[in-house]
Design a binder for this molecule. Structure first.
Ligand SMILES: NC(=O)C1=CN([C@@H]2O[C@H](COP(=O)(O)OP(=O)(O)OC[C@H]3O[C@@H](n4cnc5c(N)ncnc54)[C@H](OP(=O)(O)O)[C@@H]3O)[C@@H](O)[C@H]2O)C=CC1
Ligand SMILES: O=CC(=O)O
Length: 329
């Protein structure tokens, strides 16, 4: 019997190969850089399973090029790179990797929040550039975190994990979401507010929604105009949720205190982008889930999703479960 073919679009942790090797022929784009689109379109021609990353666009063109595809498995929790409706229409289940990256991403969010509040990037540059002459009463003054107000946009898994950490800093926790999260309210004393209140009252604003039509450029000029001049914005979700030009203006003109971004629009941000010239902006290269343990777990789940799809079983983590209703109906 011929074994199913799986295409993996990048060098990923070995754990994925351990899960799949016995059951499928694996072909991998064995590089740390994304597979060029034209190669990807050729490679999926005989693929039964696709294990991809958030850098690959899975759209009708790709699906047309992959007539045998039985499963698309994203090694990420976010799946805005995938045309899920189109996959569903074709009866293809789509998998993602929720939960296992929640704590790592919340940790990174807090690393950014603290670093932006206390101007750590500027402070490191200051020392490295030999400008450190003496202790300075007015040197590199930042914002207090302990006891401040945090506004969390998107109180899902990662938003809630960020709020748990905020409890340890004795913060007042505001949040906004499309629906209330009563569990987070009961556990953490988080208070559900409208966006206006969150923007006006928060000292720290962190973003943890998925990217969807309702969150695209949710943080725009109007939103920045409502924030405190001392506010710190952290985006650890998706770049296009923030209007980059509006952010640049707000930072440049001192309408907010600082921003720290794990994700950008465009992504990657070119090295000569004006945002990178601003002392009150800190950018890291989309490393929210980048710990050894977390990436191993993500690889494992992504592989288990592929395996289930190849076997015609329900994916352990499926973003379009309606695909099974269609199949049953
Ligand atoms: N920087 C990084 O490396 C990482 C980034 N991410 C990003 O973080 C996102 C969140 O992950 P996770 O917490 O696991 O996902 P969840 O689905 O648990 O949380 C997202 C929350 O955002 C809510 N939401 C959706 N639209 C809006 C809106 N317009 N206004 C307010 N809230 C909204 C969702 O509500 P509802 O469920 O009702 O739609 C949900 O409660 C991912 O989609 C991904 O894009 C994730 C991991 C790592
Ligand atoms: O951005 C990362 C993800 O898992 O989504």
């Amino acid at each position: 019997m011929t074994r199913p073919q799986v295409y993996i679009t990048r060098r990923i942790p070995e754990r994925a190969f351990e899960v799949l090797r016995e059951h499928a022929e694996i072909k991998v784009w064995d590089s740390d850089l994304p597979v060029p689109r034209e190669i990807l379109l050729k490679e999926v021609a005989d693929a039964d399973g696709l294990l991809c990353l958030l850098t690959e666009k899975v759209d009708a063109e790709l699906l047309n090029a992959a007539p045998r595809l039985k499963v698309v498995s994203n090694m990420a929790v976010g799946f805005d790179n995938i045309d899920v409706a189109e996959c569903t229409r074709r009866g293809i289940p789509v998998g993602n990797t929720p939960g296992v990256l929640t704590e790592a991403t919340a940790d990174l969010t807090w690393a950014l929040l603290l670093a932006a509040a206390r101007r750590i990037r500027e402070a490191i540059d200051y020392v490295r550039e030999g400008r450190w002459i003496t202790w300075g009463p007015m040197l590199l003054l930042g914002q207090d975190v302990y006891g401040a107000t945090i506004g969390i946009i998107g109180m899902g898994r990662i938003g809630t994990a960020v709020a748990r950490r905020a409890k340890g800093f004795n913060m007042r926790i505001l949040y906004h979401d499309v629906r209330r999260n009563e569990a987070a309210e009961a556990e953490l004393g988080a208070v559900f507010v409208d966006m206006d209140t969150l923007l006006r009252e928060s000292d720290f604003i962190t973003i943890h929604t998925d990217l969807n039509p309702s969150t695209y450029r949710l943080i725009n000029r109007e939103a920045f105009a409502k924030m405190k001049p001392t506010a710190v914005l952290v985006n650890a979700a998706r770049g296009p949720i923030v209007d980059t030009e509006a952010l640049y203006e707000a930072l440049k003109e001192g309408r907010i205190f600082a921003a720290a971004l794990d994700v950008t629009d465009p992504e990657p941000l070119p090295a000569d982008h004006p945002l990178l010239q601003l002392p009150n902006c800190m950018v890291v290269p989309h490393i929210g889930s980048a710990t050894v343990t977390t990436r191993n777990r993500m690889a494992e789940i992504a592989a288990l999703n592929v395996l289930a799809g190849l076997r015609g079983e329900r994916l352990p983590y499926c973003v379009n479960p309606e695909v099974y209703e269609r199949a049953a109906g």
